[in-house]
Ligand binder design. Structure first.
Ligand SMILES: C[S@@+](CC[C@H](N)C(=O)[O-])C[C@H]1O[C@@H](n2cnc3c(N)ncnc32)[C@H](O)[C@@H]1O
Length: 219
């Protein structure tokens, strides 16, 4: 079985993305497990995770590395957060904000097996409610809401370290279904520009339609 390291903590196994499982023996969303040289890896599906899709679409640098502290907004049931937890390992922490109590029910048992994953039932529009998180190296946002640009700006101001990286999944359909995705993305970028320096951007097709994945550095 061919394993290649792509980035710190991120691998390709026979051409499929994978991370080393921090909770060996446990699957999070039915993903395939591989045992290689005494280590267990979890396949990382780009059709289920936009971060995996962005890597497959040519992300040049992944700011999420072993030891990184991440604030993750819109954690849902933990698909992508679980891979972030694998990558950052025991020296990092991923704070997972999720508004849906239903999704939180699946995140909680995950956090019992993964000490670096902290679930927070909360609204990403109210960062004061989780202010104890403190400063982080990376802010990741995937809330798919009409005001997702305001949400990332207010959270970056409060939590992102100076020069830290924000990763932002913009869903044009959540912002305006009537306008073209290109128009929506241009409008959102104009609003973000005073607050962030753009590092890289990519469409996520064929993994996700009408999504822009933006990597930005906080100003
Ligand atoms: C597209 S899903 C996220 C998928 C997840 N990022 C992954 O890759 O595994 C969007 C999530 O954002 C959550 N959400 C929506 N508005 C929110 C808000 N204001 N605060 C926190 N979470 C929110 C939704 O409940 C949903 O679970």
């Amino acid at each position: 079985m061919g394993i290649v390291k792509l980035f710190d903590g991120i691998y390709s196994i026979d051409g499929r993305l994978a991370t080393e499982n921090l909770a060996p023996g446990m699957r999070v969303y039915g993903e395939k497990l591989h045992r290689i040289d005494g280590k267990e890896y979890r396949e990382w599906d780009p059709y289920r995770s936009k971060l995996a899709g962005a890597i497959r679409r040519g992300l040049k640098e992944v700011a999420i590395k072993p030891g990184t502290d991440v604030l993750y907004l819109g954690a849902s049931t933990g698909t992508t957060p679980s891979h972030v937890s694998d990558i950052i390992g025991s020296e990092g922490t991923v704070f997972c904000v999720e508004i849906s109590p239903q999704s939180m029910k699946q995140l909680l048992p995950l956090s019992e097996k993964r000490e670096n994953l902290v679930p927070i039932l909360g609204d990403a529009r109210k960062p004061d409610d989780y202010k104890d998180v403190g400063k982080v190296d990376v802010l990741y946002q995937d809330v798919a809401q009409p005001d997702q640009d305001d949400i990332i700006i207010m959270n970056a101001k409060k939590f992102l370290k100076k020069g830290g990286i924000a990763m932002f999944c913009i869903k044009s359909q959540s912002i305006d279904v009537l306008r073209s995705p290109a128009d929506v993305f241009a409008q959102v970028k104009a609003k973000l520009e005073p607050h962030f320096e753009f590092v890289q951007e990519m469409a996520l097709e064929p993994f996700d339609k009408d999504h822009l994945f933006l990597v930005m550095r906080g100003r």
